[in-house]
Design a binder for this molecule. Structure first.
Ligand SMILES: [Zn+2]
Ligand SMILES: [Zn+2]
Length: 329
């Protein structure tokens, strides 16, 4: 088998031939059919997240078939299509795990960061954190559901009952959340990089109420805003765009520093919160909901060998929707 490997931050991924690994207790061997390219992968590759196991195989939006299991694995059959998300392991014993907040587990391990991920022909995963994948989606279309979809879903829930919602950064997560929000009767206001008319047209094509530049004020005050772009300067911009009592949700794992801002834009009981990781309950809820909406993902497919190109395209904003790697393509 082949894998795309990161040896050190700042380097290009290197194609490596490896032996197909053997599943350990509770693990399944997954023959990867598609793996989404998430902005978090860029943060790992660029060294903005500093806790990676190195060398590491990135990728945590994995769709594939179970190729081998151990005797203890009962949740999935050989040949069944499953998804492997970012949350790869939790301890089950810490305060957060016992309180139902496994997304905050002190001993959590994450796929493609601490555990080799899906930029490979095969990967191992702990079956307790995997999900069955609905037949409504092709492998490539399903892949972005595993993180852009899951984190998007969690961030939308953090926005509460908001009706008018601003999305800052209209990439993989936002294009899924826009569909979920419309299904729930909410209005979406899409904010893109200044002058990115392609992304604004893409957003309008998904039925948003308004699309414009991130520096613009929305035509009406927002009930909530969700920030997907890793740009700290968007925090004060979003606070200015939400009404008193509104919520600003930071949905990414990393952001550039947030510039100082006057207290008056937070005052008025505005709330500023972040979203961290996912719980297995988030995954079960969202993956049951997605085919009912139905959420349709826009994907650009790359062969596994072109992982560096896919990362470059994501970094440069040259994509609409999500990049997906296809091993064996
Ligand atoms: Zn824990
Ligand atoms: Zn992700």
């Amino acid at each position: 088998m082949h894998a795309m490997v990161l040896d050190a931050p700042g380097q290009a991924l290197r194609r490596e031939a490896r032996a197909v690994p053997e599943p350990g207790p509770d693990q399944v061997l997954v023959k990867v059919a598609a793996c989404g390219v998430c902005r978090t992968d860029l943060h790992v590759v660029d060294g903005e997240l500093t806790d990676a196991k190195l060398p590491i195989v990135p990728g945590h939006e994995i769709v594939g078939k179970v190729a081998a299991t151990r005797a203890r694995v009962e949740r999935f059959d050989i040949g069944q299509r499953i998804g492997v998300p970012w949350l790869g392991h939790t301890c089950g014993a810490c305060h957060y795990c016992r309180a139902g907040h496994e997304n905050l587990c002190e001993n959590a391990r994450f796929t493609g960061y601490h555990i080799d991920g899906g930029y490979a022909d095969y990967t191992l995963a702990d079956q307790r954190y995997c999900f069955p994948i609905s037949g409504d989606y092709t492998d490539a279309q399903a892949a972005p559901l595993l993180c852009a979809g899951l984190i998007g879903y969690r961030s939308l829930r953090m926005a509460g009952e908001a009706r008018r919602i601003g999305l800052y950064g209209f990439g993989a997560a936002a294009h899924i959340v826009a569909q979920l929000a419309a299904h729930e009767g909410r209005e979406i206001y899409a904010f893109t990089r200044p002058g990115d008319t392609e992304a604004q047209d893409f957003a309008r094509g998904l039925g948003v109420a308004w699309a414009g530049d991130s520096g613009q004020a929305p035509p009406e005050p927002l009930d909530a805003a969700i920030i997907y772009a890793p740009v700290g300067a968007l925090v004060p911009a979003a606070l200015r765009a939400v009404r008193p009592g509104g919520t600003v949700v930071c949905a990414g794992i990393h952001m550039s520093d947030i510039p100082s801002f006057p207290y008056e834009i937070l005052w008025g009981e505005r709330r500023l919160v972040s979203v961290a990781n996912l719980t297995r309950a988030d995954g079960e809820e969202f993956l049951a909901l997605a085919p009912k909406v139905p959420v349709r993902t826009t994907v650009r497919q790359y062969p596994l060998d072109a992982a560096n190109q896919a990362l470059d395209d994501l970094r440069a904003g040259r994509l609409q929707g999500a990049a997906v790697l296809i091993p064996g393509a």
